[in-house]
Design a binder for this molecule. Structure first.
Ligand code: F6R
Length: 566
């Protein structure tokens, strides 16, 4: 689970409670202790409340060590609850909001320690917490775990005489692919080899609906690759080839919703947002249709224009990004329709949406989104083509992109980009330009480079240079330029010349060589699918820059794979 947060970690297990917590990465920990236990709890943290210290790492305990808690989310009323608990004499060992949960359970627990009573206590405590939280409360002496969720993800893995509760499926894929997706305001109780699902509002027992997921443990492993990032970059040709065959029924259904809507809006965050932005160009170009776009974290400030006739298309790899989910909740408040474009089956977004299109990319574990990005672009191409009456053409485009991606990843470009990364590793700034549908490509390329190599990189629309940006160009400043064989070609080349005449070092990404390029990265010409193949050299450059600079490409500082807080 380290990809979801890696500043500190902790494990708790055994009847006599072994509790080990450390700041740093669990992958660097080695074996901590070995002893048989029937139940246990582990956590990797991405700090929200309280610094990155051993004391603040989860799990947290009550005053007695009878209650052990791990938590995902933010307890919004934690200070108020903490004050009351301190007045009652509870002593806190950390600065986290999470520890409040352990002491609250302790303060409500009676003397009997019966399981039914403990379940009720945890349920009551959970209902006192404000915010979007998933909590796991482990009672070591009872060998039981009681968990509840609202807004933060939780899945139950059903193995052979064993159960797993986690925030994401890859946590237990080596043991089982049988999953129960827990809904908001539901809880799970694990005791003596059994799992029970209950309603958080009225304690009623609910049926366990076990589903099998298609992801395999191997897909979630590194295999022959040194890092997940390069593994996932290399998987793109296969993913795209699969998407070229996307079921017609699903594409048609969503295209119909777009056609019938009075206003279609795309929303997403980060890399996923760049795919949504690219969609606005694809829909204009291929479908002659106006669609709107706003990033998830800004969407609520625009929600007032939504109506029951509006359609919101939310794109997310994880399906758990809080800002994207909040945008979707806003749309739901206005009774608008919601379509989700998601990789993680069963994720929160898929459960809120009226219709889901799954990306089927397999697990994406590197913090940087790569294959999920090009997969989203592929699905948007299919949708835009369908709206133009030509799904067949869309399929051809995606198949062409799959072939192009394969050629690119199997050809000389990989070695050349590696060499280029060696030359650029000392750069302080790097600028990227593109126009039209490759303007979002420029933004995405810059994001990939900065988040993993920590080199300052900015993407711009080529035409904007003369409005101020060009002041940044100095002798030798590296600039990546995306030149597709489309109507933007001449204008973006002339922007490249403007940069070059001010001393910029031009890295051209294009099917054709041009005299303005100092370095040419050749990409196959895949027509309107150019943003798909253009993203790949940027991903590779970001990866090799991180490697050259001695950084961990899979776990950039301060980031986590799923951003489940606002
Ligand atoms: C960047 C990256 C992030 C995510 C963003 C949204 O490489 O991975 O910008 O794209 O946090 O995540 P999802 O797609 O899970 O909603």
């Amino acid at each position: 689970m380290e990809y979801r947060g890696y500043d500190s970690w902790g494990v708790a297990f055994g009847k006599d409670l072994s509790l080990v917590k450390k700041a740093g990465r669990i992958s660097e920990a080695g074996k901590v202790e070995e002893s048989p236990a029937y139940a246990g709890l582990g956590h990797t943290r991405w700090a929200t409340h309280g610094g990155v210290t051993e004391a603040n790492a989860h799990p947290h305990t009550d005053c007695t060590g009878r209650v052990v808690v791990a938590h995902n989310g933010i307890v919004e009323n934690w200070e108020e609850l903490k004050n009351e608990l301190e007045k009652k004499g509870h002593e806190f060992k950390s600065e986290t909001d999470t520890e409040v949960i352990a002491h609250l359970v302790e303060s409500e627990m009676g003397e009997t320690g019966e399981l039914d009573e403990l379940i009720e206590v945890v349920r009551r405590v959970f209902n006192q917490l404000k915010g979007l939280n998933a909590i796991l409360v482990y009672f070591p002496q009872m060998r039981s775990i009681v968990a509840f969720r609202n807004g933060s993800p939780m899945v139950l893995g059903v193995g052979e005489e064993e159960h797993f509760i986690a925030s994401d499926i890859p946590a237990f894929l080596p043991y089982t692919n049988k999953v129960v997706f827990i809904n908001d305001m539901e809880g799970v109780v694990l005791h003596e080899g059994t799992a029970k699902l209950i309603d958080a509002v009225n304690s009623k027992q609910l049926p366990l609906k076990v589903q099998e997921v298609e992801w395999s443990a191997e897909e979630a492993e590194l295999g022959e690759h040194p890092h997940y990032l390069i593994k996932e970059i290399m998987e793109q040709p296969q993913v795209l080839a699969r998407l070229a065959e996307y079921p017609e029924k699903d594409i048609k259904e969503v295209a119909k919703l777009i056609k019938e809507s009075f206003g279609t809006y795309f929303t997403a965050c980060g890399t996923a947002a760049h795919s949504g932005m690219a969609a606005t160009y694809m829909f204009a170009d291929l479908a002659k249709r106006h669609v709107n776009f706003a990033v998830g974290s800004e969407f609520y400030f625009l929600e007032d224009f939504l109506t029951p006739e509006s359609l919101l298309i939310a794109a997310s790899q994880s399906g758990e990004t809080m800002d994207t989910l909040e945008a979707v909740r806003a749309a739901k408040r206005h009774k608008s329709k919601v379509v989700a474009l998601v990789n993680a089956q069963g994720s929160s977004l898929t459960r809120i949406a009226d219709k889901t299109l799954l990306l089927n990319c397999g697990p994406e574990k590197a913090v940087l989104a790569t294959k999920s990005y090009t997969a989203k672009l592929a699905v948007f191409l299919l949708l835009a083509s369908q709206l133009n009456g030509g799904l067949k053409d869309g399929r051809k485009l995606v198949a062409k992109a799959a072939k192009g991606a394969k050629e690119l990843l199997e050809g000389d470009a990989v070695g050349e980009i590696k060499g280029l990364a060696g030359n650029l590793k000392g750069a302080e700034h790097l600028y990227v330009i593109g126009r039209g549908v490759n303007y979002p490509t420029a933004l995405e390329a810059a994001l990939k480079i900065k988040e993993v190599s920590y080199i300052h990189a900015e993407g711009f629309a080529g035409g904007e240079l003369k409005h101020g940006v060009i002041a940044l160009i100095e002798e030798g400043t590296p600039c990546m330029v995306f030149v597709a064989n489309d109507r933007t070609k001449e204008s973006v080349l002339s922007n490249a010349k403007e940069i070059k005449s001010r001393g910029g070092f031009i890295i051209g990404v294009s099917p054709d060589i041009n005299e303005v390029f100092d370095v040419w990265i050749e990409v196959p010409d895949v027509g309107e699918a150019s943003p798909i193949v253009n993203a790949i050299p940027a991903q590779l450059l970001a990866y090799y820059l991180a490697v050259e600079r001695g950084l961990d490409p899979d776990k950039p500082r301060n980031l986590a794979k799923s951003v489940t807080v606002k």
